[in-house]
Write a protein that binds this ligand. Structure first.
Ligand code: DX5
Ligand code: ZN
Length: 226
């Protein structure tokens, strides 16, 4: 039986005000667990965000570990660049990787935790032969590319199945859910077995993002302790 200690929250800076990015991050720095970084190439997803240069300029100024989410074609081209910046997790999309095992190995070789993200319509069985090598599965609850979209409830059974498989195989797997997470959908995904909540617009549109994160974490961690 795999025991997960607490729910972690990863604010996504995609919804922050880029004109004062460091100040925005400072609002969540003490309360959050990870900083979610959405990298979009305009090919795999129909949007462009920012690149590793932004992370380099933040490095040393904030304490939160980077959780990089690569929404790019040919993810293998970018592993070295982000590994050089220093990340806790690098996740890439199953749908974007022709040689999934090779990309996982590239990330793990650099001593970085590896995640694979699944689009809403991608079944969890796509990870059957790689799961034991992974640290994280990112279940997308929106079609990737934009913040502020509506949660797709059809992904709930996928979260449940992933958690069941991880427990059955005794894999210490983090399961993150990305997209459309607010106080209502957060409860639903945690009930299915998610332990990392990636939240963009819900956090950065709130007047006191730090307080909001602490309240959410307290609520979930009490609920789990019961
Ligand atoms: C979507 C991104 C998400 C996004 C989530 O493609 O991967 O991380 O920032 O934003 P919200 O929480 O607003 O759906
Ligand atoms: Zn993301």
């Amino acid at each position: 039986m795999v025991i997960h200690v607490g729910i972690r929250i990863a604010p996504s800076i995609l919804s922050a005000d880029f004109s004062c990015l460091l100040d925005e991050i400072k609002k969540v720095e003490k309360n959050a667990d990870l900083l979610h970084i959405d990298i979009m190439d305009g090919h795999f997803v129909p949007n462009i965000s920012f690149g590793a240069g932004v992370l380099k300029s933040l490095k040393g100024k904030i304490k939160l570990p980077f959780d990089v989410h690569l929404m790019v074609r040919n993810p293998e081209r970018w592993i070295e660049v982000f590994a050089e910046v220093g990340c806790e997790f690098i996740s890439f999309h199953q749908e974007a990787a022709v040689h999934l095992d090779r990309v996982v190995n590239l990330i793990k070789k650099r001593g970085i935790k590896c995640g694979v993200a699944l689009n809403p319509a991608t079944p969890e069985v796509m990870l059957n032969y790689i799961l034991s090598k992974l640290d994280l599965v990112v279940v997308m609850a929106v079609n990737p590319g934009f913040g502020g979209q509506e949660f797709i409830p059809g992904v709930l059974p996928k979260i449940r199945n992933m958690r069941k498989i991880a427990e059955r195989e005794n894999i210490n797997l983090d399961i993150a859910v990305d997209g459309g997470i607010n106080e209502v959908t957060a409860k639903k995904v945690v009930a299915e077995g998610a332990n990392i909540l990636i939240m963009g617009s819900f956090i950065f549109r709130h007047p006191d993002p730090g307080k909001l994160i602490t309240e959410l974490k307290n609520e979930f961690n009490e609920r789990r302790a019961m």
